[in-house]
Design a protein around this ligand. Sequence first.
Ligand code: APR
Ligand code: PHB
Length: 398
Amino acid sequence: MANPQRTQVGIVGAGPAGLVLSHLLYLYGIDSIVVENRSRQYVEDRVRAGVLEQGTVDLLTEMGVGERMKTEGLIHYGIELRFGGRGHRIDFKDLTGGKGIMIYAQHEVLKDLNNARAATGGQVYFEVEDVSVHGFDGCRPTIRYKKDGNSHEISCDFIAGCDGFHGICRPSIPSGVLTEYVREYPFGWLGILAEARPSSEELIYTYHDRGFALLSMRTPRISRLYLQCKPDEDIALWEDERIWQELHTRLTSDGWKLTEGEILQKGVTGMRSFVVEPMQYGRLFLAGDSAHIVPPTGAKGLNLAVADVRVLARGFKEFYATGRRDLLDSYSEIALRRVWKVQRFSWWMTSMLHRFPDENPFDRRRQLAELDYVTGSRAAAKTLAENYVGLKLPGRHL
Ligand code: APR
Ligand code: PHB
């Protein structure tokens, strides 16, 4: 092996989970090396979600990577649920004692984290190949990878698998150890990024006969909109004109007008709920999408990844400070408690707001009654609000 490297925590994947973990460990005085198979440019240009819970905003701020988020992000204190052609606001500020959300794109968060890692001498290796993990069931885990045709090996005390759903870490755990829980949804989302002034101050979640629709945004000039479609919808069949027509139809509401603009990017994503248990095996710890996937209706993917590594980083901090493994040994248990609550909320939002192809007319009436109840009962609206702004995170942020 060319120049063996040594670190305390080896991290696979430079998405939100990997980069937040690496910078948290730096703030705790713990070394880490991140290996990522994509280029920095690719990771920083990849359009993903953009809703940050209060807890995520507070953690990024305390980590010292919140400056640009504070100046360029949009703080929202509510969302609108729209059905039967009428809108109903869910007032987060009133229902959660002042909490809100921040609209700030995931790839902007990654840019801020990469800048912070670079500014503090962080070791993040992009464009590596053939990453593999070894020895994590023993006491000398290693990560092997190729870079510019040369083979490299990192020996470490622990490995954090932050390599997403299609990564190599989860499949590296011996078969029979993990239990998978999966729910596939019989629909997908057709999403667009458009150079259009957002037609609403806040996000609009719409239940419509023709299917779900969501109006979101990125900046005062860029809108992000989604339409429920078939899971294998062919985007080639959707000219821009047809997309706008469908959005007008589903989002319609008295006296409200949708502003169109040039579509910059469009794509279709499938929807599933997925969890593996446990989220650790030996000295390999899974965090973020490598351990769980939520349907995007609750805007939780990024926030759940950050919540995982917050607990994991604490476990490493305790281990290197005291040699105790209590927190590390209970990482999976602690993280999964939150994962399942967030899975429940994301499934609930998805089930309440989408048309199911094989639906029974009874369910349709029940969905409308649920929307009527959630927008008419303070208790029910409070439940939605406290889940949307983010369930309380155990303990202090840093
Ligand atoms: N080797 C190295 N890096 C890898 C490998 C591999 N074999 N496989 C995947 N990666 C990288 C991906 O390129 C990606 O940059 O791991 C990273 C995983 O990042 P994410 O998929 O963003 O997952 P995570 O950090 O858990 O964040 C979850 O991201 O995808 C959104 O909606 C999702 O919001 C959620 C959040
Ligand atoms: C987004 O802005 O991309 C977004 C917002 C809310 C969601 C999902 C995605 O529930």
